[in-house]
Design a protein around this ligand. Sequence first.
Ligand code: ASP
Ligand code: MG
Length: 321
Amino acid sequence: MDGCVVVISAMKGVTDKLMRAAQEGRREDLADVLGSYEDALRYIAPSDYVRYSSMLDIIGGSARRYLSVGDVDAVAAHGELLSATVMAAALEARGTRSTAVYDPGIVLERPGGVSGLSGFYVRQRLLHLIERGVTPVVPGFIGWTPDGKPATLGRGGSDYTASLLANYLGASRVFFYTDVPGIYSGDPNIIGNPKVINCMNVEEAYVFSAMGGKKFHPRTFEPLIGTRITAFITSPGSTSGTLISKKAGAGPKAVALFDALRIGRRGRAVAIIGKVDPRDLPFNPDFKDSNGNAFGKVFDDEERAVEAAKELHDWVISWAR
Ligand code: ASP
Ligand code: MG
């Protein structure tokens, strides 16, 4: 079956603003957010403004109710609900039959914990639309608790939603459109000259995001492991990007620098990401992941960790040449 599902995130800055609004009980901030979505809708689908703006009002009303009881997670989920409305309107306005599916069936057992039943519900709710040629627009980042409350998958969770749906629906490809043109070989704030990685395998991408690469949600690539799905990470309008597929060759790809707590240690950890023969490594690692896709060392102080990360990054880049 041919077809496509769109997963949408909140507009820039919206999730932070909603969380602050809920923490501080600031209804004005919520009104600001709603205002920016109304503006976007007016710009993108002027002839359908009235129809879709009533939906924005309903979502706004729901956000206000959760704000009044201080449920930060539930309020945060509303950015994606608003985005789904505007995106569905935009597609319809451009002649693509589409509908926002606010609850596609991702059930959350506890914050961040996706229930194993979700695949069944997702197929039940989305496949019949796809079969009829309708493009479902799904809010990323959120799921619904069994008692019908919106909750989130954790920061950066929209990409994780897309991978989950790709897995549940047996997709062949998933595209991530983000604000960077792919996955970088290191954090640009630390490493001066990172490169966009052309090709990675899914296990490498998984350990890299679990170790904090590109601020991906740590589980983003988990649903793709063991599937035939290829993923492409790029930004709108860019011709380059990172292809994640089974065919990616071995070799070091990137350097991660992260809080060693993630691996149950104290200090700062630096790791080389990529399938490497340990004998080829330029250092003696003191930890590795179970599949041989990451090798690293823990440092007591930040300065030495940063220095090591830079040196290892130079080695990674020279390997690629
Ligand atoms: N809007 C959410 C966040 O800012 C989810 C995402 O962008 O992936 O964390
Ligand atoms: Mg986002």
